[in-house]
Design a protein around this ligand. Structure first.
Ligand code: KG4
Ligand code: ZN
Length: 361
């Protein structure tokens, strides 16, 4: 089975071909990602209209490159899988309409994929993980812990009640005058800072409610920065280090709570695992915190290669393969309308404000 995947939900234009022959491990035949970061950097965040136009300009060439790189012709492809939500609707329309056109012209089945499902299933492409497992998704638009129970069977156990974690990094960077995207720059500055100089709050730590919150922390950072302005480089480094320590601590508390819940809900599961996905998973302090927690709780810590953790189309093609294999691809995907909001778990009630201001809200 060979599936062409297309991803355009935010600021990456991506296409990929993934193959599965049924006997060996799946193979990523090509994986092309074009980042638009430079086009958005001047604005300090993703501008939806610029993103949509950039997808229109780039997508055809990216798909051609993905096919050429894979060595497959369109005729060799068994299905087209495209991200149909959640995300910025302009980009989603570009990707899904292109996929519909290719599918119609080449007489191939089309599969509309939930972007979050792509992240959720990546660990099965990279590490062959068995269900069930836990997924921590920490990106610019999402902060969730999901129990991945099967293909199409997801339970959201925690989400943010305000900002996404990547968004908190980006806003902190902006307040401190660091360039976009903020996460890597905050981490870099933090390396030469004192993490104990500022006692920032650890939002939700110890709370019986499983969710995340980062807006209070962001406010505390702003107040600390305003109180000591103008900021020296050392002040910026100290604020970044203290912020990062608070984030790691708060995140660790929330994750450790869900590891306990996982043990209770899946008592027979041998070799339980926590998978991380999303750009924030690149942060070494956060990664080290999670690794230590997992080791202590007897969980495997699975961090797929960063280029498959951040937005890409291989995860979309793979989700297509998983759906085809499980026999749960939609029958009328050609009529599918892109959804800017599309929860993975339709049972858990949406949280007021959860990630609403994120790039992917
Ligand atoms: O997954 P991703 O590439 O795109 C989205 O789906 O949002 O994640 C981007 C987010 C941005 O908010 C960025 O600041 C954050 O991930 N990020 C980081 C680091 N690298 C990227 N946050 C903290 N530390 C990092 N090293
Ligand atoms: Zn994503």
């Amino acid at each position: 089975m060979r599936v062409l995947g297309i991803e355009t939900s935010c600021d990456e234009t991506a296409a990929s071909v993934v193959a599965l022959d049924g006997t060996s491990a799946p193979e990523i035949l090509s994986n092309i990602v074009l980042s638009q970061i430079e086009e958005h950097a001047a604005f300090g965040g993703v501008v939806p209209e610029i993103a949509a136009r950039a997808h229109v300009e780039a997508l055809d060439g990216i798909i051609e490159a993905a096919l050429a790189d894979s060595g497959a012709k369109l005729a060799d492809i068994d299905a087209i899988a495209a991200t149909a939500g959640p995300g910025l609707v302009g980009g989603l329309i570009v990707g899904l309409m292109t996929a519909k056109a290719i599918a119609a012209a080449a007489h191939k089945p089309l599969i509309a994929i939930n972007h979050l499902e792509g992240h959720a299933l990546t660990a099965r492409l990279t590490d062959g993980l068995d269900f069930p497992y836990l997924l921590l998704l920490v990106s610019g638009g999402h902060t969730q812990i999901v129990a991945v129970r099967g293909v199409g069977d997801y339970q959201r156990w925690a989400t943010t009640i305000d900002d996404a974690l990547g968004e908190a990094f980006d806003k902190t960077a902006k307040m401190l005058g660091l360039p976009y995207p903020g996460g890597p720059n905050v981490e870099k500055a933090a390396a030469s800072g004192y993490a104990t100089r500022f006692a920032f709050p650890r939002p939700m730590k110890g709370s019986a409610q499983p969710d995340f919150s980062f807006s209070g922390l962001k406010t505390a950072v702003r107040q600390a920065a305003t109180a000591i302005a103008p900021l020296s480089d050392q002040d910026v480094a100290d604020i970044c280090a203290s912020f990062q320590a608070a984030v790691a601590d708060a995140l660790g508390d929330r994750v450790s709570r869900t590891l306990t819940r996982f043990r209770l809900e899946f008592p027979g599961k041998a070799g339980p695992a926590l998978v991380v996905a999303g750009g924030v998973a690149a942060n070494r302090t956060i990664k080290a915190t999670l690794e230590a927690l997992c080791a202590e709780a007897g969980f495997a810590f699975v961090a797929p290669p960063l280029k498959l953790c951040t937005d890409n189309a291989a995860m979309i093609a793979w989700a297509g393969i998983e759906r085809l294999r499980a026999g749960i691809a939609q029958e009328n995907a050609a009529d599918f309308v892109p959804r800017s909001r599309w929860p993975l778990d339709s049972v858990s009630a949406p949280m007021v404000g959860s990630g609403r201001r994120g790039a992917k809200a």
